[in-house]
Ligand binder design. Sequence first.
Ligand code: NAP
Length: 335
Amino acid sequence: MQILILGGTAWLGHEIAAEALRRGHQVTCLARGTSGSVPAGARLVRADRDTPDGLGAVAEQHWDAVLDVSRQPGQVRRAVAALAGTAEHFTFVSSCSVYADHGSPGADETAGLLPPLESDVMTSPDVYGAAKVACENAARNTFGPDRCLIVRPGLIAGPGDSTDRTGYWPLRFARPAADDGAVLVPEAPGLAAQVVDARDLAAWLITSAEQRLTGEFNAVGAVLALAEHLEIARGVAGHTGPVFVLDQQELAAADVNPWAGERSLPLWLPLPDFAGFMSRSNAAAKAAGLALRPLAETLADTLAWELATGPDRPRNAGLTSDEERRLLTIAHPRA
Ligand SMILES: NC(=O)c1ccc[n+]([C@@H]2O[C@H](COP(=O)([O-])OP(=O)(O)OC[C@H]3O[C@@H](n4cnc5c(N)ncnc54)[C@H](OP(=O)(O)O)[C@@H]3O)[C@@H](O)[C@H]2O)c1
Protein backbone atom coordinates (compact mmCIF):
# COMPACT_ATOMS: atom_id res chain seq x y z
CA MET A 1 0.00 0.00 0.00
CA GLN A 2 0.96 3.65 -0.40
CA ILE A 3 0.66 5.00 3.14
CA LEU A 4 0.86 8.66 4.14
CA ILE A 5 1.57 9.41 7.78
CA LEU A 6 0.90 12.96 8.89
CA GLY A 7 3.58 12.96 11.57
CA GLY A 8 6.15 10.16 11.82
CA THR A 9 8.96 12.10 13.47
CA ALA A 10 7.77 11.67 17.08
CA TRP A 11 7.21 8.53 19.14
CA LEU A 12 3.96 6.96 18.00
CA GLY A 13 4.13 8.24 14.44
CA HIS A 14 7.63 6.78 14.13
CA GLU A 15 6.38 3.42 15.46
CA ILE A 16 3.51 3.46 12.94
CA ALA A 17 5.87 4.21 10.07
CA ALA A 18 8.31 1.50 11.17
CA GLU A 19 5.51 -1.07 11.42
CA ALA A 20 4.20 -0.20 7.95
CA LEU A 21 7.70 -0.53 6.49
CA ARG A 22 8.17 -3.93 8.17
CA ARG A 23 5.06 -5.10 6.33
CA GLY A 24 6.40 -3.96 2.98
CA HIS A 25 4.30 -0.85 2.48
CA GLN A 26 5.57 2.34 0.81
CA VAL A 27 5.65 4.98 3.55
CA THR A 28 5.68 8.76 3.22
CA CYS A 29 5.72 10.95 6.34
CA LEU A 30 4.81 14.63 6.28
CA ALA A 31 6.22 16.75 9.11
CA ARG A 32 8.52 19.71 9.67
CA GLY A 33 11.26 17.38 10.85
CA THR A 34 11.76 19.23 14.13
CA SER A 35 10.62 16.43 16.45
CA GLY A 36 13.03 13.78 15.18
CA SER A 37 13.68 11.61 12.17
CA VAL A 38 11.55 9.09 10.29
CA PRO A 39 12.56 5.42 10.15
CA ALA A 40 15.03 4.33 7.48
CA GLY A 41 13.09 3.47 4.35
CA ALA A 42 10.38 6.09 4.84
CA ARG A 43 10.26 9.25 2.73
CA LEU A 44 10.05 12.50 4.70
CA VAL A 45 8.21 15.37 3.05
CA ARG A 46 9.14 18.46 5.04
CA ALA A 47 6.15 20.78 5.32
CA ASP A 48 4.43 23.01 7.86
CA ARG A 49 0.79 22.06 8.35
CA ASP A 50 0.09 25.45 9.90
CA THR A 51 0.38 27.07 6.48
CA PRO A 52 -2.64 27.13 4.13
CA ASP A 53 -0.99 24.90 1.50
CA GLY A 54 0.95 22.72 3.96
CA LEU A 55 -0.35 19.52 2.36
CA GLY A 56 0.35 20.74 -1.19
CA ALA A 57 3.28 18.40 -1.77
CA VAL A 58 1.21 15.27 -1.10
CA ALA A 59 -2.28 16.30 -2.20
CA GLU A 60 -2.07 15.18 -5.84
CA GLN A 61 -0.92 11.60 -5.18
CA HIS A 62 -3.20 8.59 -4.62
CA TRP A 63 -2.98 7.17 -1.09
CA ASP A 64 -4.36 3.82 0.03
CA ALA A 65 -4.31 5.00 3.63
CA VAL A 66 -3.57 8.17 5.56
CA LEU A 67 -2.90 8.21 9.32
CA ASP A 68 -2.88 11.50 11.23
CA VAL A 69 -1.58 12.09 14.80
CA SER A 70 -2.30 15.82 15.00
CA ARG A 71 -4.00 17.55 17.91
CA GLN A 72 -4.67 20.83 16.10
CA PRO A 73 -8.16 21.11 14.56
CA GLY A 74 -6.97 23.45 11.81
CA GLN A 75 -4.26 21.00 10.75
CA VAL A 76 -6.80 18.19 10.46
CA ARG A 77 -9.43 20.35 8.77
CA ARG A 78 -6.92 21.40 6.10
CA ALA A 79 -5.58 17.84 5.74
CA VAL A 80 -8.93 16.14 5.16
CA ALA A 81 -9.97 18.89 2.74
CA ALA A 82 -6.76 18.40 0.76
CA LEU A 83 -6.78 14.58 0.79
CA ALA A 84 -10.44 13.50 0.59
CA GLY A 85 -10.27 13.29 -3.20
CA THR A 86 -7.08 11.23 -3.42
CA ALA A 87 -7.02 9.06 -0.29
CA GLU A 88 -9.06 5.87 0.17
CA HIS A 89 -9.05 5.70 3.96
CA PHE A 90 -8.26 8.13 6.79
CA THR A 91 -7.29 7.13 10.33
CA PHE A 92 -7.31 9.80 12.98
CA VAL A 93 -5.34 9.00 16.13
CA SER A 94 -7.47 10.67 18.78
CA SER A 95 -7.45 10.17 22.57
CA CYS A 96 -9.67 9.00 25.40
CA SER A 97 -9.38 12.62 26.58
CA VAL A 98 -12.31 13.30 24.21
CA TYR A 99 -14.70 11.88 26.81
CA ALA A 100 -16.56 14.28 29.10
CA ASP A 101 -16.60 11.96 32.11
CA HIS A 102 -13.63 10.12 33.61
CA GLY A 103 -15.33 8.85 36.75
CA SER A 104 -17.16 5.78 35.41
CA PRO A 105 -15.16 2.53 35.10
CA GLY A 106 -15.84 0.34 32.08
CA ALA A 107 -17.24 3.05 29.78
CA ASP A 108 -17.24 2.21 26.08
CA GLU A 109 -17.21 4.32 22.90
CA THR A 110 -20.83 5.44 23.38
CA ALA A 111 -19.84 7.63 26.37
CA GLY A 112 -20.49 11.35 25.94
CA LEU A 113 -17.84 13.58 24.40
CA LEU A 114 -16.67 17.08 25.23
CA PRO A 115 -18.00 19.89 23.03
CA PRO A 116 -15.60 20.36 20.08
CA LEU A 117 -13.10 23.20 20.05
CA GLU A 118 -14.25 25.68 17.43
CA SER A 119 -10.91 27.38 16.95
CA ASP A 120 -8.35 26.00 14.48
CA VAL A 121 -5.62 26.23 17.10
CA MET A 122 -5.40 24.59 20.50
CA THR A 123 -3.55 27.18 22.56
CA SER A 124 -3.65 25.37 25.92
CA PRO A 125 -3.34 21.72 26.97
CA ASP A 126 -6.50 22.34 29.02
CA VAL A 127 -8.54 22.06 25.81
CA TYR A 128 -6.68 19.04 24.38
CA GLY A 129 -9.76 16.81 24.65
CA ALA A 130 -12.03 19.37 22.98
CA ALA A 131 -9.42 19.86 20.24
CA LYS A 132 -9.32 16.11 19.58
CA VAL A 133 -13.15 16.06 19.34
CA ALA A 134 -12.95 18.81 16.70
CA CYS A 135 -10.26 16.81 14.83
CA GLU A 136 -12.43 13.67 14.94
CA ASN A 137 -15.40 15.60 13.58
CA ALA A 138 -13.39 17.06 10.72
CA ALA A 139 -12.10 13.61 9.73
CA ARG A 140 -15.49 11.88 9.95
CA ASN A 141 -17.46 14.67 8.26
CA THR A 142 -15.10 14.99 5.30
CA PHE A 143 -14.14 11.36 4.66
CA GLY A 144 -17.54 10.01 5.66
CA PRO A 145 -18.19 7.16 8.10
CA ASP A 146 -17.35 4.45 5.55
CA ARG A 147 -13.81 5.75 4.91
CA CYS A 148 -12.85 7.01 8.37
CA LEU A 149 -11.39 5.30 11.43
CA ILE A 150 -11.16 7.09 14.79
CA VAL A 151 -8.80 5.46 17.28
CA ARG A 152 -8.78 6.75 20.87
CA PRO A 153 -5.70 5.60 22.77
CA GLY A 154 -5.54 5.78 26.52
CA LEU A 155 -2.12 6.15 28.13
CA ILE A 156 0.49 4.98 25.64
CA ALA A 157 3.45 3.13 27.16
CA GLY A 158 6.74 1.59 26.15
CA PRO A 159 10.30 2.35 25.10
CA GLY A 160 10.48 5.87 23.70
CA ASP A 161 8.02 7.42 26.15
CA SER A 162 9.70 10.75 26.74
CA THR A 163 6.89 11.88 29.06
CA ASP A 164 8.54 9.44 31.50
CA ARG A 165 5.22 8.09 32.72
CA THR A 166 6.10 4.53 31.66
CA GLY A 167 9.72 4.55 32.72
CA TYR A 168 9.42 6.21 36.12
CA TRP A 169 8.28 3.15 38.07
CA PRO A 170 10.58 0.43 36.74
CA LEU A 171 13.51 2.85 36.86
CA ARG A 172 12.71 3.99 40.42
CA PHE A 173 12.47 0.40 41.59
CA ALA A 174 15.73 -0.42 39.78
CA ARG A 175 17.49 2.63 41.25
CA PRO A 176 15.87 3.62 44.56
CA ALA A 177 16.68 7.08 45.89
CA ALA A 178 17.00 5.97 49.51
CA ASP A 179 20.16 4.27 50.83
CA ASP A 180 18.12 1.40 52.29
CA GLY A 181 16.40 0.80 48.95
CA ALA A 182 12.99 2.09 50.07
CA VAL A 183 10.59 3.26 47.37
CA LEU A 184 7.51 5.47 47.82
CA VAL A 185 4.28 4.46 46.09
CA PRO A 186 0.77 5.92 46.26
CA GLU A 187 -1.75 4.06 48.39
CA ALA A 188 -4.79 4.20 46.13
CA PRO A 189 -7.09 1.23 46.61
CA GLY A 190 -9.72 1.19 43.86
CA LEU A 191 -7.57 3.06 41.36
CA ALA A 192 -6.93 1.28 38.06
CA ALA A 193 -4.02 1.54 35.65
CA GLN A 194 -4.44 0.84 31.95
CA VAL A 195 -1.72 1.34 29.35
CA VAL A 196 -1.40 0.35 25.73
CA ASP A 197 2.06 -0.45 24.37
CA ALA A 198 2.94 1.91 21.50
CA ARG A 199 4.15 -1.06 19.45
CA ASP A 200 0.85 -2.92 19.88
CA LEU A 201 -1.04 0.25 19.01
CA ALA A 202 1.06 0.84 15.90
CA ALA A 203 0.58 -2.76 14.74
CA TRP A 204 -3.18 -2.54 15.14
CA LEU A 205 -3.34 0.85 13.41
CA ILE A 206 -1.60 -0.58 10.34
CA THR A 207 -3.72 -3.75 10.37
CA SER A 208 -6.83 -1.59 10.60
CA ALA A 209 -5.71 0.61 7.71
CA GLU A 210 -4.97 -2.52 5.63
CA GLN A 211 -8.47 -3.82 6.38
CA ARG A 212 -10.08 -0.38 5.97
CA LEU A 213 -11.69 -0.62 9.37
CA THR A 214 -14.10 2.21 10.16
CA GLY A 215 -15.80 3.55 13.29
CA GLU A 216 -14.64 4.67 16.72
CA PHE A 217 -12.52 2.52 19.03
CA ASN A 218 -10.90 2.92 22.43
CA ALA A 219 -7.33 1.63 22.02
CA VAL A 220 -6.59 0.87 25.62
CA GLY A 221 -4.82 -1.89 27.48
CA ALA A 222 -5.92 -4.40 30.08
CA VAL A 223 -7.33 -2.95 33.29
CA LEU A 224 -5.16 -3.66 36.31
CA ALA A 225 -5.21 -2.21 39.80
CA LEU A 226 -2.54 0.50 40.02
CA ALA A 227 -1.03 -1.52 42.88
CA GLU A 228 -0.73 -4.51 40.52
CA HIS A 229 0.91 -2.35 37.83
CA LEU A 230 3.44 -1.14 40.42
CA GLU A 231 4.16 -4.69 41.59
CA ILE A 232 4.87 -5.73 38.01
CA ALA A 233 7.26 -2.76 37.67
CA ARG A 234 8.89 -3.81 40.92
CA GLY A 235 9.26 -7.40 39.76
CA VAL A 236 10.75 -6.36 36.41
CA ALA A 237 13.29 -4.21 38.27
CA GLY A 238 14.11 -6.97 40.78
CA HIS A 239 13.36 -4.68 43.73
CA THR A 240 13.40 -6.37 47.13
CA GLY A 241 13.68 -3.30 49.37
CA PRO A 242 10.98 -1.83 51.57
CA VAL A 243 7.94 -0.13 50.06
CA PHE A 244 6.43 2.95 51.72
CA VAL A 245 3.07 4.57 51.05
CA LEU A 246 1.25 7.88 51.30
CA ASP A 247 -2.49 8.04 50.68
CA GLN A 248 -4.42 10.55 48.56
CA GLN A 249 -4.90 13.08 51.37
CA GLU A 250 -1.27 12.80 52.49
CA LEU A 251 0.05 13.19 48.95
CA ALA A 252 -2.13 16.25 48.37
CA ALA A 253 -0.99 17.77 51.67
CA ALA A 254 2.62 17.18 50.63
CA ASP A 255 2.06 18.94 47.28
CA VAL A 256 2.70 15.81 45.24
CA ASN A 257 1.11 16.09 41.81
CA PRO A 258 -0.93 13.28 40.28
CA TRP A 259 -0.42 11.70 36.86
CA ALA A 260 2.64 13.36 35.32
CA GLY A 261 5.07 16.25 35.32
CA GLU A 262 7.23 17.68 38.07
CA ARG A 263 6.97 16.43 41.67
CA SER A 264 4.48 13.77 40.63
CA LEU A 265 3.79 10.13 41.23
CA PRO A 266 3.11 9.05 37.64
CA LEU A 267 -0.16 7.22 36.92
CA TRP A 268 -1.58 8.10 40.35
CA LEU A 269 -4.91 9.95 40.01
CA PRO A 270 -7.35 11.31 42.59
CA LEU A 271 -10.52 9.39 43.32
CA PRO A 272 -13.42 9.50 42.71
CA ASP A 273 -13.11 11.92 39.78
CA PHE A 274 -10.70 9.70 37.82
CA ALA A 275 -12.04 6.27 38.76
CA GLY A 276 -12.79 5.60 35.09
CA PHE A 277 -9.82 7.33 33.49
CA MET A 278 -7.78 4.17 33.16
CA SER A 279 -10.50 1.57 33.14
CA ARG A 280 -12.25 2.06 29.80
CA SER A 281 -13.63 -0.80 27.74
CA ASN A 282 -11.35 -2.15 25.01
CA ALA A 283 -13.84 -4.83 23.96
CA ALA A 284 -14.53 -3.31 20.55
CA ALA A 285 -10.85 -2.84 19.66
CA LYS A 286 -9.96 -6.36 20.80
CA ALA A 287 -12.81 -7.78 18.73
CA ALA A 288 -11.37 -5.80 15.80
CA GLY A 289 -7.90 -7.28 16.27
CA LEU A 290 -6.05 -5.20 18.88
CA ALA A 291 -3.53 -7.61 20.44
CA LEU A 292 -1.92 -6.65 23.75
CA ARG A 293 1.43 -7.87 25.02
CA PRO A 294 1.89 -8.53 28.76
CA LEU A 295 2.58 -5.42 30.86
CA ALA A 296 5.76 -7.06 32.21
CA GLU A 297 7.20 -7.05 28.69
CA THR A 298 6.34 -3.36 28.16
CA LEU A 299 7.90 -2.38 31.48
CA ALA A 300 11.00 -4.57 31.05
CA ASP A 301 11.64 -3.17 27.59
CA THR A 302 11.09 0.37 28.86
CA LEU A 303 13.52 -0.17 31.74
CA ALA A 304 16.13 -1.45 29.29
CA TRP A 305 15.52 1.60 27.10
CA GLU A 306 15.80 3.95 30.09
CA LEU A 307 19.08 2.39 31.19
CA ALA A 308 20.47 2.47 27.66
CA THR A 309 19.47 6.06 26.90
CA GLY A 310 20.62 7.68 30.16
CA PRO A 311 18.72 7.20 33.40
CA ASP A 312 20.23 10.39 34.87
CA ARG A 313 18.86 12.68 32.17
CA PRO A 314 16.44 15.43 33.31
CA ARG A 315 13.09 13.75 33.89
CA ASN A 316 9.71 14.95 32.65
CA ALA A 317 7.70 13.16 35.34
CA GLY A 318 8.08 11.84 38.86
CA LEU A 319 9.86 12.75 42.06
CA THR A 320 13.50 13.73 42.09
CA SER A 321 15.68 11.63 44.38
CA ASP A 322 15.80 14.49 46.91
CA GLU A 323 12.01 14.86 46.85
CA GLU A 324 11.54 11.14 47.35
CA ARG A 325 13.99 10.96 50.25
CA ARG A 326 12.18 13.83 52.00
CA LEU A 327 8.75 12.29 51.43
CA LEU A 328 9.92 8.92 52.72
CA THR A 329 10.44 10.54 56.14
CA ILE A 330 6.68 11.10 56.45
CA ALA A 331 5.54 7.89 54.67
CA HIS A 332 4.37 4.62 56.25
CA PRO A 333 5.60 1.09 55.58
CA ARG A 334 3.18 -0.67 53.22
CA ALA A 335 0.95 -3.07 55.13
N1 NAP B 1 1.15 9.81 24.86
C1 NAP B 1 -0.02 9.33 25.23
O1 NAP B 1 -0.13 8.66 26.26
C2 NAP B 1 -1.24 9.56 24.37
C3 NAP B 1 -2.48 9.19 24.85
C4 NAP B 1 -3.60 9.31 24.01
C5 NAP B 1 -3.45 9.80 22.73
N2 NAP B 1 -2.23 10.19 22.29
C6 NAP B 1 -2.10 10.64 20.90
O2 NAP B 1 -1.16 9.79 20.28
C7 NAP B 1 -0.46 10.52 19.27
C8 NAP B 1 1.03 10.54 19.58
O3 NAP B 1 1.71 10.92 18.43
P1 NAP B 1 3.29 11.06 18.37
O4 NAP B 1 3.90 10.26 19.45
O5 NAP B 1 3.72 10.80 17.00
O6 NAP B 1 3.59 12.53 18.91
P2 NAP B 1 3.11 13.99 18.69
O7 NAP B 1 4.03 14.84 19.46
O8 NAP B 1 1.70 14.17 18.98
O9 NAP B 1 3.41 14.20 17.13
C9 NAP B 1 3.09 15.31 16.45
C10 NAP B 1 3.59 15.05 15.03
O10 NAP B 1 3.06 16.04 14.20
C11 NAP B 1 4.13 16.76 13.59
N3 NAP B 1 3.78 18.17 13.54
C12 NAP B 1 3.48 18.98 14.59
N4 NAP B 1 3.24 20.22 14.15
C13 NAP B 1 3.39 20.19 12.80
C14 NAP B 1 3.28 21.16 11.79
N5 NAP B 1 2.98 22.44 12.05
N6 NAP B 1 3.49 20.78 10.51
C15 NAP B 1 3.82 19.51 10.20
N7 NAP B 1 3.93 18.53 11.13
C16 NAP B 1 3.73 18.88 12.41
C17 NAP B 1 5.35 16.53 14.45
O11 NAP B 1 6.52 16.56 13.65
P3 NAP B 1 7.52 17.79 13.52
O12 NAP B 1 7.64 18.43 14.88
O13 NAP B 1 8.79 17.13 13.05
O14 NAP B 1 6.91 18.70 12.51
C18 NAP B 1 5.10 15.11 14.95
O15 NAP B 1 5.58 14.15 14.05
C19 NAP B 1 -1.06 11.91 19.27
O16 NAP B 1 -2.13 11.91 18.38
C20 NAP B 1 -1.56 12.04 20.70
O17 NAP B 1 -2.56 13.02 20.80
C21 NAP B 1 -1.12 10.09 23.08
